[in-house]
Design a protein around this ligand. Structure first.
Ligand code: PLP
Length: 387
């Protein structure tokens, strides 16, 4: 069976983990955490960053920093992972879900403005598959209506909008190092602070509501409880693992892009025949080969394609049932229909994509999909979304 994902070990993880133990500080914010912080600052010009135990945690920190309270409204796409919404719901916010665009599963930027009102506090964008949302339009809306912008860049390491690293454009940005992402630490995440106003408080929220960081810098003579917060920082073991991965980021990216391009090249003819839709990369965006997805013509066709691949030994998956239709939230949703989101929920397929996937396997999988469409009985037809 070709798995959907396989976590990749770069080779130095165990060495660094043992080093972290020998340094004598296993708790957070030690040698490797600082190394990771410096890495992100230097590589992406981020001004202030915090490793977190997950991207979910980085989103929760964001909700705390933005002071989200009962009755605040947060605008975000419905086609995303639960955590994007959950972090804000926990603070009492109402989520105003927006449809996906026709071109790709990202938020439909032109549908945001009519949903803004006095209670709106923030827009959370998700750079789905590492492909950027139009951040000029988002930041314009934020400026005009005095809103905060959080970039869920969980999938977007090494991806840019007009030459700028994603996660570094909104007021706050978050990344994930979950084992399914391009670089991993098992569970892990990063919060990026792009707005100076949040810098000081973020330090406190990160370390259980204490001013420990100030104390260790010698700025105060004792430390204690000064604000809300939680234990958002990961242990040095996690940071050590992540550092080994980061040192191999270029190598990982080269391989993933090679595989991605090969999928695209070998499936392209199916777009021309309107059999399916492949990712479109807008000219302001870059591709970080986080994910290779295709969009089938119907739920039935997708179910058959996934079953066909499974039978041939390939594990392909789908994901994101629109959050506005989720068991937890649908009664709280205001009832607006989000048709593109439903199409992606029903028709999107993710193909195997991981560092150790072989070129020959990508060729094989592409061949299977082409074969499926030659044999498949349903006539080609255009799905509702624009090609
Ligand atoms: C993976 C992912 C998350 C959650 O990341 P964790 O590190 O598992 O908490 C959130 N948002 C998006 C878009 C993701 O892809």
């Amino acid at each position: 069976m070709i798995p959907f994902n396989k976590p990749y070990l770069t080779g130095k993880e165990d060495e660094y983990i043992i080093q972290s133990v020998k340094f004598g500080q296993l708790s957070g914010n030690g040698h490797f955490t600082k190394k990771c912080h410096n890495y992100f600052k230097q590589r992406y010009n981020f001004r202030k960053v915090f490793l977190t135990t997950s991207c979910t945690d980085a989103l929760e920190m964001s909700a705390l920093l933005l002071d989200i309270k009962d009755g605040d409204e947060i605008i975000m796409p419905s086609f995303t992972f639960v955590s994007t919404a959950l972090a804000f719901v926990r603070q009492g916010a109402k989520i105003v879900f927006v449809d996906s665009s026709a071109e790709n599963p990202n938020i439909s930027v032109n549908e945001i403005e009519p949903l803004i009102n006095k209670r709106t506090k923030a827009i959370v964008v998700v750079h789905y598959a590492g492909i950027s949302v139009d951040m000029v339009k988002i930041m314009e809306l934020a400026e005009n209506y005095n809103l905060f912008v959080v970039e869920d860049a969980a999938q977007a390491i090494e991806s840019q909008f007009k030459g700028k690293q994603l996660g570094g454009i909104g007021h706050l940005g978050v990344f994930s190092f979950h084992e399914t992402k391009n670089v991993i630490s098992g569970e892990g995440g990063l919060l990026v602070i792009n707005d100076e106003r949040f810098k000081k408080r973020a330090e406190i929220v990160w370390e259980k509501g204490t001013n420990r960081a100030e104390f260790f810098r010698g700025e105060v003579d004792k430390y204690g409880w000064v604000d809300i917060g939680s234990s958002f920082l990961p242990s040095e073991i996690v940071a050590a693992f992540l550092m080994a991965q980061l040192e191999n980021l270029d190598k990982i990216q080269i391989k993933r892009k090679q595989l991605w391009d090969l999928y695209y090249k070998n499936l392209m003819s199916l777009i021309e025949k309107s059999r399916l839709k492949l990712p479109e990369i807008p000219n302001y965006a870059t591709n970080n080969a986080h994910m290779f997805y295709l969009v089938c013509n119907s739920l039935k066709e997708r179910t058959e394609l996934i079953a066909y691949l499974k039978e041939k030994g390939v594990h392909a998956v789908f994901h994101y049932q629109g959050l506005h239709l989720s068991k937890y939230y649908f009664k709280k949703h205001d009832g607006r229909k989000l048709p593109n989101c439903e199409i992606y929920s029903n028709c999107l397929v993710r193909l195997p994509m991981f560092y150790e996937l072989q070129v020959s396997e990508v060729l094989l999988i592409s061949e299977m999909i082409n074969h499926f469409y030659i044999k498949h009985k349903t006539k080609p037809r255009c799905i509702n979304i624009k090609y």
